[in-house]
Design a protein around this ligand. Structure first.
Ligand SMILES: Cc1ncc(COP(=O)(O)O)c(C=O)c1O
Length: 384
């Protein structure tokens, strides 16, 4: 079937955090969910499950794990044993549990900033230090990796590298070469890799997602990969995610950490939705990717043509644009407050992603084109 992503669905009346946080005069292009209905087979599967009427504690679904394993093999040639799959209520609990499983208080966690705020906060949740290897930014807005700085950020206490790929907020889909070099450094320093690959299905033509664990069995043996259908199929409120942990020792440590904090990790509706999405959601995914790519290009062209004091590089994946507003001369170098107050457009504060984000905002283009274009028009007016 053909999906209509131009359709405007009123979310203000729902419990949506995106649409309920700001006033009714504000267009919200901030938190990372999309304003689209999920694939029809997902909605039908949920309706059938709801008709059963009993919603007690669930068991981790072997059927879902088998479907996931088959999908990883088909998409990436990555062979994973079903027992390597661990269900979780989210990717955020996943990387916090990973930190708890592999590090002791006072140990360090390596990350590449600017980065998704809950990643930035993970060390302090667990009494760990944050070891940062900032991404390097080129004049055209494209971000890269300084491998010497990456290695230099590792201390004798660093235990884990928390990779975000595709990267939120800068939109990079790291290449096989970049991933191999990072993995080699992690191997050399005996680090566990926790790979947040939640955006891995949202990759635009010309780029390819490579799971870092799929590079090599030796790397897989030290990697905890976190994935979910939530960004891909717009199911974030259904709380269903997975860790893939091939190494039985690392998995045992992770499960020991999970048992104390997450009783009954399987969300029964989330699992129902995930299974339907992974089995029948491919046509929807192909269509939404084309729509998002066109939105991405629309934002980029609009910024170049009408918001010339702002700049951005085209994200290679995700539905998030990272806008450099430092040349716009905005009050207090605080563009998100400026656009909220003057344009009535809600964007994410750059500094929430680390100090490197000062003067930046993150814009979510996972919405109907008409909403996107109205928001950009308002931003243009505000800058006049
Ligand atoms: C990189 C990244 N990790 C994790 C999450 C959230 O994961 P979850 O809702 O499954 O906890 C997001 C949501 O935006 C994200 O961008």
């Amino acid at each position: 079937m053909t999906y209509d992503f131009d359709q405007i669905i009123d979310r203000r009346q729902s419990e949506s955090v995106k649409w309920r946080t700001y006033g009714s005069d504000v267009l919200p292009l901030w938190i990372a969910d999309m304003d689209f209905r999920s694939p029809e087979p997902v909605i039908q599967a949920l309706q059938a499950r709801i008709a059963h009427g009993v919603f007690g504690y669930g068991v981790e679904s072997a059927e879902l794990h088998a479907t996931l394993v088959e999908r990883l093999s088909r998409r990436y040639g990555w062979q994973v044993a079903p027992e390597a799959c661990v269900s979780l209520p989210g990717v955020i609990p996943g990387f916090n549990l990973a930190a708890r499983a592999v590090a002791q208080p006072g140990d360090g966690l390596l990350m590449q900033t600017p980065v998704y705020p809950p990643i930035l906060r993970a060390p302090s949740n667990m009494g760990l230090t944050r070891d940062t290897a900032p991404l390097t930014r080129q004049a055209d807005g494209h971000y890269g990796i300084d491998f010497d700085a990456f290695e230099a950020a590792i201390t004798a206490r660093t235990r884990m590298f928390l990779l975000c790929n595709p990267h939120n907020p800068v939109g990079r889909v790291f290449t096989r070469h970049e991933l191999t070099r990072m993995a080699e450094i992690c191997l050399r320093h005996d680090l566990v890799i926790c790979a947040d690959e939640i955006h891995s299905d949202l990759v635009f033509p010309g780029h390819t997602h490579v799971p870092i664990a799929a590079l090599d069995p030796e790397i897989a043996a030290r990697t905890i990969t976190l994935i979910a259908p939530s960004k891909t199929y717009n199911l974030a409120g259904l709380k269903c995610a997975f860790a893939i942990i091939p190494n039985p020792d690392v998995r045992a440590r992770f499960l020991a950490a999970r048992v104390d904090l997450v009783q009954s990790p399987a969300n029964i509706l989330g699992q129902t939705a995930a299974l339907a999405a992974y089995r029948h959601g491919q046509p929807w995914l192909e269509q939404v990717l084309r729509y998002l790519e066109a939105n991405r290009d629309y934002v980029r062209q609009y910024v170049a043509a009408h918001l010339s004091t702002l700049s951005m590089a085209a994200p290679e994946g995700t539905y998030l644009a990272w806008l450099d507003c430092r040349q716009a001369g905005l009050p207090h170098n605080d563009p998100s407050t400026f656009f909220l107050e003057r344009a009535k457009v809600a964007l994410n504060h750059g500094t929430d992603f680390g100090t490197e984000g000062e003067g930046f905002v993150r814009l979510n283009f996972g919405c109907p084109r008409a909403v996107l274009s109205q928001a950009l028009d308002r931003m243009r007016q505000a800058l006049l």
